[in-house]
Every structure is written in C-alpha cells, then in structure tokens.
Design a protein around this ligand. Sequence first.
Ligand SMILES: *Cc1c(COP(=O)(O)O)cnc(C)c1O
Length: 231
Amino acid sequence: MGIAQNLTEVRRNIDLAMNRAAVRPAGDEFKLIAVTKNQGIDEMRQAIDHGITAVGENRVQEVLGKLPELKRTVEWHLIGHLQTNKVRQIVPFADLIHSVDSRRVALEISRVAGKLGKCQDILIQVNAAGEPGKFGIAPEDTLALAQDISSLEHVRLCGLMTIAPQVADPELVRPVFRNLYRLFMELAAIRLDHTDMKWLSMGMTGDYITAVEEGANMVRVGTGIFGARQY
Ligand SMILES: *Cc1c(COP(=O)(O)O)cnc(C)c1O
C-alpha cells in the first residue's frame, strides 16, 4: 500500500479509537506525527501533500540534513533522546521536543532558547513502565521535574511522552497508557508556571489504537504510514 492509503487507514483507526475511548483525549486538539527517521525527502513530501503537518525525527543530525529541503513547510518534532551537547543545534528549529527527561537538559534548552529570544515547547519523557535501561524519568519523579522546569523562563512544558514496552499484544501495555494519562491529568490540575498541559504523546504503529483509547492526543506513527524502514 502507498503512503496515501496508509494515512487514510491510520486516520480512520484513530477516529474509531477516539469514539471508543474510555476517557476524553488529554487536550482539545489531536495531532498525528509522521515519524520520518530513515525516510527520504520524497516520502516526506508525499506525507505532507496528504495532510501531515508534523514530522518526528530521532536524530538532531537528520533534522539538520532535511531542513534545507523541506524548510518550515512542516513542524519538526524531536522524539529521540537529546544529549545536552546537541541542544544548541536543535533548539533553533524544533517545534516540540518530546524527550526531556532531566533537569540538566531542560536547563540547557532554556539557556539556548533565551539567547534566541524563543520559548521552547517541550514534553517530559516518562519511563511509564519502569523498564530498566530505558530513557525517561520515573513516574514518581515526574512531578518534581515538572516543578523544576516550571521555574525556567524560556521553556514551556506542554505535556508528557512515553514509549511503551515492545509487546506483541498491545493490550499488555494498556495499563501503562492508563497510568500516564492519570499522571498527565494530575499535572494539568496543579497549574504550574510556564506550563500548558495540552499534549499527551503516546502510541506508535504497534500500539497507537490502544493509546488513543486511553487518552493520547498525539501519536507517533512511522511504519504504519511509510511501511517498514530501510536501515
Ligand atoms: C521510531 C519511533 C516511533 C515510530 O515507530 P513505528 O513503530 O515505526 O511507528 C515513535 N516514537 C519514537 C520515539 C520512535 O523512536
């Protein structure tokens, strides 16, 4: 199947999942992020022609390589782990950074954004399933990190992101999504400074339907749109 048909199918799955959802989606809006790591410019243009408004990339270097071609015809989301020493390169171009999981990287983002006269939108990445060796802050430490971040002048905390464990049956990760939705609602209720809890980024090709049923309003789909990645 081609990109256009895949997109039609993904969108239909999302609509159906929203209708079935046990909870209301986290925010009022919904955004489908096309994950374009290892995809070429042609594939990306096709997705944009078929209504994609935001792309997700894992690596800073790949964003910098693609930017001259696509410029700002699309929102650029950084969804992969961000090292402190790469912050300077990505902040000028990132519309949303999904992967903030430490005070240190948040501080550096604020410092760089301040110099650019920008306020950088970010999400906190939560290791919602507590998987050892995975990026993301522990659920029980998320409130403290959010409070820390709320004191930073040039960062706006816009929500939470998680990558669920890879499992064959997405039902197995439903509780992970449910817990993150709960944490999201708790944070939204306390109304921190420099915080606008509007995005709950959870769900990938294997589990986005379940994630939407559990309140995600931002899903990151690569394979489901473009087919299997060539590495
Ligand atoms: C690669 C990636 C995705 C998309 O994965 P698919 O299974 O191809 O949909 C989503 N989120 C993150 C953080 C990724 O690295």
